[in-house]
Write a protein that binds this ligand. Structure first.
Ligand SMILES: Nc1ncnc2c1ncn2[C@@H]1O[C@H](COP(=O)(O)OP(=O)(O)OP(=O)(O)O)[C@@H](O)[C@H]1O
Length: 628
């Protein structure tokens, strides 16, 4: 439990909102935003914003947002971060085994019955589309797979000139390839390919390069490379810079500890703090409270954030994302006679091509109907390019509809599920950790109840809130009860909810903090299931992440939710925000972290290398802007 952070959450959130609420056209850069907030001063130089009461300038703050597919990295003073493929390829060691993390989550071989189930689900989705109306109230003509196959029967690709594309060979590189270039690593040259994040967290596995130290070494190389080459900061200068690391909403405490060491000890930053991606997203969007939904490449996460706090009980991470949609799309295309028959999603260049087609054409807009022209070029080094003009129908809609019919994601694995935040496991470096505090607070709680003839009503409240699944990490008392149910460090397993179900389940777990009395040495907080907070969350749903860019997603989600929001929590209006203030939804969290790094109220959060060395993980518990 962090007392310092406890004090600051609300003020941090309010400052961030005022910073983010500056109209987009007036912004340009963070300096411009900052200039308009009274709590900051702008230095004489045009492009350097100085945080008041500190020698920091936004140019000296590096914001790092790592994802399963993309890394976003830039200075807080940048309008947009650099976005690269978050991958590294290293030449394989002589005779060592080869390891290649795929660009797309691979498909699995399904049993006959399971394949039938997937096909039936797609068929039933086609049935639903047949009965849908367009926005003008007219019936929407659906298309069938046969129709698409017939339209493409005559399709032959047009040959272009010989491609000048060059693959990267071992002789071209000294040690490694980083970012988008990894897609072009020569397949015959036996590079090991690693994506240090998978499914929204560190990619620890039993294969080559899957140990914690290997993954951290990859991160150090990738981030270090970007800092030197993209941000043009010499490594020796990093002690004069500070870093904000955007971490997943559901985190593993051990990983966080290692990541702080990576930033301060290995990369050599002069300070750092960690910020949860969902909290950062509310800052980027300028919202005080929202149910945040992050649709990434390999995970979808949901949680309720208010006043810069992500409520622990509301956090859900689901094992699907844009990559699964791309694979479903390819499956549907194949069943509709896709003319590019040689397409192999396991090949990096085909994976990138399928992803591009999905991003360019897939949608959830019922007004788009009939067969649509889809154009793409297949390019391989040394051979003529092939230009395809194909027709695609409702496959464009069916693929993203998997977000609402997750059974089809069995195509990429049948063991997918959801997970919640794990309880803290003890850390020998931090004897007075959350478990200790839980124990002492439980004891104090018991004593308090014994000494006081507690009213039945107040007892009821505690019980009710606990039964309601209320386990916000704000509350040590109720947290302790919930903690007993789940072994330490075991993520709470949950069902593989569809997108709308995940939002409903997340909001259902909202609790509100209120203080019953403060007679005792420390205040005993109780949680009270809050109808008001649920209403607030239902009224504002923020969609972020690259997967939120499907046209029509917000309307589709809105219609699905309206049917299901419990009557008593229905707000006057449910607003689904995608790309607030015309921001790219995949950059919102990065921008929010940039805003937060420059806030005066955020200055107490920095962890410096010397104190990290001396005090270690206890600092995270005491200073992190979230409950450890
Ligand atoms: N215009 C678009 N339409 C649909 N999907 C898109 C669009 N642009 C990007 N995407 C998808 O968004 C996903 C990448 O999103 P993002 O960069 O937020 O993920 P990430 O942070 O790397 O991954 P994760 O959150 O899973 O760790 C990819 O699957 C990509 O295809």
């Amino acid at each position: 439990m962090s007392t310092l952070a406890n004090r600051n959450f609300k003020s941090i959130s309010q400052s961030a909102q005022s910073m983010a609420s500056v109209p987009e056209q007036n912004k340009g850069t963070l300096e411009a935003q900052s200039a308009q907030t009274s709590s900051h001063a702008v230095s004489d130089t045009q492009d350097e914003f100085k945080v008041m009461g500190s020698s920091l300038t936004t140019k000296k703050l590096v914001i790092i947002h790592p994802g399963s597919k993309h890394l976003r990295i830039g200075r807080a003073s940048d309008v947009n971060p650099h976005t690269i493929l978050h991958a590294i390829a290293r030449p394989r060691r002589k005779d060592g085994p080869l390891h290649r993390d795929p660009v797309l989550i691979p498909t699995v071989v399904l049993s006959k019955e399971n394949k039938l189930l997937v096909d039936e689900m797609f068929q039933s989705m086609r049935g639903t589309l047949q009965s849908c109306l367009r926005s003008d109230g007219t019936p929407r003509p659906a298309t069938s797979a046969q129709q698409v196959a017939t339209a493409n029967k005559q399709c032959t690709p047009i040959q272009g000139s010989v491609s000048k594309l060059q693959l990267v060979t071992k002789s071209d590189v000294e040690d490694y390839i980083i970012g988008d270039q990894v897609l072009y690593a020569h397949p015959m040259d036996q590079f090991n390919v690693h994506f240090p994040f998978r499914h929204g967290d560190l990619n620890i596995h039993s294969g080559v390069g899957g140990s914690m130290s290997s993954v951290l070494a990859d991160l150090e190389t990738i981030w270090g490379h970007c800092i030197v080459n993209l941000l043009e900061i010499p490594k020796s200068e990093l002690k004069h810079y500070r870093a904000v690391l955007v971490i997943p909403d559901i985190y593993n405490r051990l990983f966080l500890k290692e990541l702080v060491s990576l930033l301060l000890t290995h990369l050599g930053f002069g300070g750092c703090f960690l910020l949860q991606d969902h909290v950062a997203a509310t800052f980027g969007a300028g919202l005080g409270a929202a149910c945040v939904v992050d649709l990434g490449d390999q995970k979808t996460s949901v949680s309720c954030v208010e006043d810069a706090l992500s409520q622990r009980a509301t956090r859900i991470r689901l094992d699907y994302g844009g990559s699964d949609i791309t694979q479903s799309f390819h499956y549907l295309l194949q069943r509709a006679g896709f003319p590019y028959k040689e397409c192999q999603p396991q090949h990096p260049l085909d994976a990138a091509l399928l992803t591009r087609i999905k991003e360019g054409y897939c949608h959830l807009n019922l007004d788009f109907c009939g067969l649509r022209d889809v154009n793409f070029v297949v390019e391989r080094p040394g051979v003529p390019t092939l230009r395809f003009h194909v027709k695609v129908g409702d496959e464009l809609l069916l693929a993203p509809l998997g977000l609402f019919n997750t059974e089809v994601f069995a195509l990429t694995g049948q063991d997918k599920r959801g997970q919640g935040q794990a309880n803290a496991s003890g850390d020998p470096e931090d004897p007075h950790d959350a478990n200790y505090l839980r124990e002492t607070s439980r004891r104090a709680h018991k004593e308090a109840l014994e000494n006081q003839s507690a009213s039945a009503a107040s007892m009821d409240t505690v019980e009710n809130s606990t039964n309601a699944g209320g386990q916000g990490d704000e509350d040590l008392v109720v947290d302790s009860l919930a903690a007993d149910a789940t072994p330490d460090d075991q993520p709470q397993q949950q069902l593989l909810y569809s997108l709308d179900q995940a939002i409903l389940h997340s909001i259902e777990r909202c609790c509100e903090l209120f203080f019953e009395n403060s007679k005792y040495e420390f205040v005993l907080p109780f949680l009270k299931a809050s109808d008001e907070m649920k209403r607030r969350m239902y009224s504002c749903i923020l969609l972020v992440g690259g997967g939120a860019k499907f046209e029509g997603l917000s309307t589709w989600l809105h219609n699905r939710l309206l049917l299901q929001i419990p009557f008593q929590f229905r707000p006057e209006q449910t607003e689904i925000i995608v790309g607030p203030k015309e921001m790219d939804p995949s950059m919102v969290a990065w921008k929010g972290a940039a805003i937060m790094s420059a806030l005066e109220s955020g200055q107490e959060l920095w962890i410096r290398p010397a104190e990290w060395k001396k005090i270690g993980v206890r600092l995270l518990r005491e200073r992190a802007p979230f409950y450890w």
